[in-house]
Write a protein of this length. Structure first.
Length: 195
């Protein structure tokens, strides 16, 4: 095989390899969430947050999010969901993932980040959608206080649905505050080809 033939073969194969690698994390895909208030379409950032995106896709493809709630709504701040069922009970999670908040992405309006406890590396299934530019949630240092929250996606369609959810009446339920008085349910989450 001469050099030109080899080069032509490599150029033909490279896009296939790149496509296969990108699909591992859903680069060519988006996620559509059907909620009790309408549809929200998300663009994922696998190049910036590969572990977080794969974790999210794993939950989506397993059907985990179906029937979970947006259980925390704070106007002007965030709506949070993806972990509690209709009875406000935590669903069994996969193991926690590493915090990728140091990826340079910012918690701007319409972005999604992983929710977590005070342990920076404790995110599992819960996520939140930023309702404003929440710079104080961004990574600043690899310390307990500075780790921040890992951005891994953004809303590309359905921000009106997000704002509608942000406008619901809330109260306390058990140990939880800022809970919608009428449940806001994620009926379905699915990986879809770019919309």
């Amino acid at each position: 095989m001469n050099g030109k033939t080899l080069l032509a073969l490599m150029l033909a194969v490279l896009p296939v390899i790149a496509h296969a690698q990108s699909n591992q994390y859903g680069t060519d895909n988006m996620v559509k969430m059907t909620t009790s208030h309408g549809e929200i379409v998300l663009e994922l950032y696998p190049e910036d947050a590969p572990v977080t995106v794969q974790n999210f896709i794993d939950y989506v493809e397993s059907g985990f999010y179906e029937g979970t709630l947006f259980h925390r709504v704070i106007p002007g701040f965030v709506i949070q969901g993806g972990g509690l069922d209709a009875d406000m009970r935590q669903k069994p999670n996969n193991p926690p993932i590493v915090n990728e908040a140091d990826n340079g992405l910012k918690n701007k309006t319409g972005t999604l980040s992983m929710a977590r406890t005070s342990d920076p590396n404790s995110a599992t299934s819960q996520f939140f959608i930023n309702l404003s530019d929440n710079a104080f949630l961004d990574f600043s240092a690899k310390t307990a206080q500075g780790w921040g929250y890992a951005v891994f996606a953004k809303v590309t369609s359905g921000m009106d649905v997000v704002e509608a959810i942000a406008g619901v009446s809330t109260g306390n339920k058990g140990m939880h505050s800022d809970v919608p008085l009428e449940p806001v349910v994620i009926h379905k989450a699915e990986v879809v080809t770019g919309q």
